[in-house]
Ligand binder design. Structure first.
Ligand code: KG4
Ligand code: ZN
Length: 360
């Protein structure tokens, strides 16, 4: 039995969780400072960092309490080293380093983006958690190697081919905005609340996805993504609908657009943004014929993404609970378990540094 405490503070969520043997979720605690960022339409790094300082110790204590385990029973500490906001990462890494020294535990540095995929390895709930929160919808089995992993969130859009644990090739990634970021920016243009993914999905229900023909970027690497052109195309369409020129400020547009126009833009944008992602997954699937396809990141919640993937892939995808798709400590703990079980290198608790620009 291997119990790992995972700590995640890369963005606005302060999160900790305990995972056993890389598959059993014993606890999962997330404190978000999202409420404090909504009025600014996006995460403010200084506010996020300050919120982590306040929340980190109570969140870790609660994760241990919920798991019903003492420090003696913890076999290792896994912490997000990057990618993420520098100030936010620092709080998690410094806390994990301190705890590793004080409690004499091995420390594992985790790549946040790899972590998102490892949420899909969690297939069981511990007895304690089952009693406290039985609402988790987990996959019925773990992903099979080789698998195709797609990470779609507010900060990341990447696709990778995994032959085994710690043996993968990054196929492609976004060259500008992440797909979730594109949803957030388009939502801002349309005057819809942050985060944009869910609010665009809701508005899109009332709209016609074929009302506008937005472009899909053509990339030199066929697996890379780009969303900035799509975002600009949405802006131009909105300006044109309002009879305004290219230099008309985007934040003034939502007052001039009708609800029907907003719905049509939301639906047309959502369709193309999702199609852009699904095109690459289908292409990679046909080329590599993996045994499983797994999705990580907040955009995995998108019903349009799930619909298109189900329609175009010959194998079905098992999605994990949305609580494990968005940022959480469980995915970090799960990957930490595999690092520990497969004897990967430990981090030095006296020197481990953050890596805000860490890539896969
Ligand atoms: O993984 P996550 O919680 O945070 C990051 O690590 O970035 O992902 C948040 C992103 C936001 O950009 C949000 O707009 C997007 O996930 N999102 C969605 C949906 N729900 C959340 N995007 C599209 N459709 C959704 N239903
Ligand atoms: Zn994330």
């Amino acid at each position: 039995m291997m119990k790992v405490l995972g700590i995640e503070t890369s963005c606005d969520e302060t999160a900790a969780a305990v995972v056993e043997d890389g598959k059993r979720l014993l606890s999962n605690v997330v404190a978000s400072s999202m409420d404090l960022h909504v009025q600014y339409g996006g995460v403010v790094p200084e506010i996020a960092a300050r919120s982590h300082i306040e929340a980190i110790i109570p969140v870790i204590d609660e994760a241990l309490r919920q798991a019903g385990c003492s420090w003696e029973e913890i076999d290792g500490i896994a912490v997000t080293q990057g990618a993420g906001l520098g100030g936010s990462l620092l709080i998690g890494v410094l806390t994990a380093r301190t705890l590793a020294i004080v409690h004499k535990k091995p420390l594992y540095a985790i790549n946040h983006v790899e972590g998102h995929l490892y949420a899909n390895f969690i297939t069981e709930l511990g007895e304690n958690l089952k009693r406290q929160n039985p609402t988790y919808k987990l996959p019925t089995s773990q992903p099979e190697f080789p698998f195709l992993g797609l990470i779609v969130s507010g900060g990341h859009t990447q696709i990778a081919h995994f032959r085994g644990h710690f043996d993968y090739e990054l196929l492609g990634r976004t060259t500008d905005d992440a797909v979730g970021e594109a949803f957030d920016k388009v939502a801002k243009i349309l005057g819809l609340p942050y985060p944009g993914g869910p609010s665009i999905a809701k508005k899109a229900f009332e709209g016609n996805p074929d009302a506008f023909q937005f472009p899909k970027a053509k990339m030199p690497n066929k697996y890379d993504f780009s969303f900035s052109g799509l975002k600009t195309a949405v802006l131009r369409a909105a300006q044109q609908l309002c009879g305004k020129s290219h230099d008309f400020p985007s934040f003034e547009l939502s007052k001039l657009l009708s609800e029907a126009q907003k719905a049509d833009i939301a639906a047309s944008f959502q369709k193309i943004a999702v199609e852009t992602v699904v095109d690459k997954v289908v292409l990679a699937y046909e080329q590599l014929r993996p045994k499983s396809v797994i999705i990580g990141g907040g955009v995995a919640a998108s019903s349009e993404l799930r619909r298109q993937l189900a329609e175009r892939l010959p194998i079905s995808i098992e999605y994990t609970d949305i609580k494990l798709c968005t940022d959480n400590g469980a995915m970090i703990a799960a990957l930490g378990c595999y690092k520990a079980m497969l004897k990967q290198a430990e981090a030095d608790p006296y020197t481990l540094d953050i890596a805000p620009n860490l890539t896969m």
